[in-house]
Write a protein that binds this ligand. Sequence first.
Ligand SMILES: NC(=O)c1ccc[n+]([C@@H]2O[C@H](COP(=O)([O-])OP(=O)(O)OC[C@H]3O[C@@H](n4cnc5c(N)ncnc54)[C@H](OP(=O)(O)O)[C@@H]3O)[C@@H](O)[C@H]2O)c1
Length: 306
Amino acid sequence: MSSAGTRVAVVTGSNKGIGYAAVMELCAKFDGTVYLTSRDEGRGRKAMEELEKLGLHPAYHQLDIDDESSVLKLRDFLVDTHGGLDVLVNNAAIIFPMMTPREEFVESIRKTIDTNFYHTMRACKILFPILRPHARVVHLTSDDGHLLKISGREPEAAALRQRFCAPDLTEPELCQLMEEFIEAAKNGDYYERGWPDSVKEREDTWPNEGYIVSKVGISALTRTHQRQFDQDPREDLTVNCVHPGYVVTDATYQKGEKTIQEGAEAACWLAMQPPSSSANNVPKGAYVWHDKQLVDWVNGPLPSIY
Ligand SMILES: NC(=O)c1ccc[n+]([C@@H]2O[C@H](COP(=O)([O-])OP(=O)(O)OC[C@H]3O[C@@H](n4cnc5c(N)ncnc54)[C@H](OP(=O)(O)O)[C@@H]3O)[C@@H](O)[C@H]2O)c1
């Protein structure tokens, strides 16, 4: 069955947490079909049932961003069924606690960078070609994804920050930075090389350094992606990254200051930006705070602690 012409939104990792709330908000306000996706079909179907009870009717598709074939299947399905994609919210991510046992530390960093950075980037590579003109892409980053979180020993940290915010940073150069961090984590000298060290900087128990670097990577990727969009023949493609706030979810061990609905608000606001025109100021390639402020990603300051 083809329903080409209907606008289509996809939220990754939306069986729970902020992604689930983003589906709720989009179901209520987006003019088109909204896909709830989950890596585990059972968890996804259960979330669908909950939303049906609330009178919301998203569509469903399985999506595990760690599995390339799963992303390819979603792409082919979207092309066959709808002819393209209009909104992509890259929400799926994992987090390991800071106090991850030493023997699991490097492995936890590798896994975090893989899912949160590499596999999000791969999903974009696969799905970006089917974006339609005026498509809106949103990457979930974090307060930990601000450039100033690259805060290891100086002047090494400053040199890393300089590379992350280079105005012509390419995807291979960004991947090279991720690999240098993983190598330094293996060697145990990551702080001396300028990378963050949670134990030195924080008193609470999460997240670990892998999460911070993965999210700085996503924020940097947003700028690189927008530059690609600016050269794209399709009209008015935008991508922004958003810090949702400190939100009560499983990722925060049910701690936080905001409900999942509040956490999804700024992401959905970005996802539903109108077509750009001389009469409006649609954000492009920006680092956006949960109160919808556009924050200077290079120099800061951050508007609040979380
Ligand atoms: N909560 C906060 O305070 C906070 C703060 C800053 C940034 N964020 C960011 O906001 C986003 C959502 O966080 P959250 O707090 O809602 O987290 P969450 O409750 O842990 O939900 C994460 C979602 O991502 C899914 N997921 C994980 N790996 C996946 C994969 N390989 N493929 C597809 N889906 C996958 C999970 O599926 P399963 O159920 O199968 O595990 C789950 O649906 C993340 O990007 C996070 O980094 C959150």
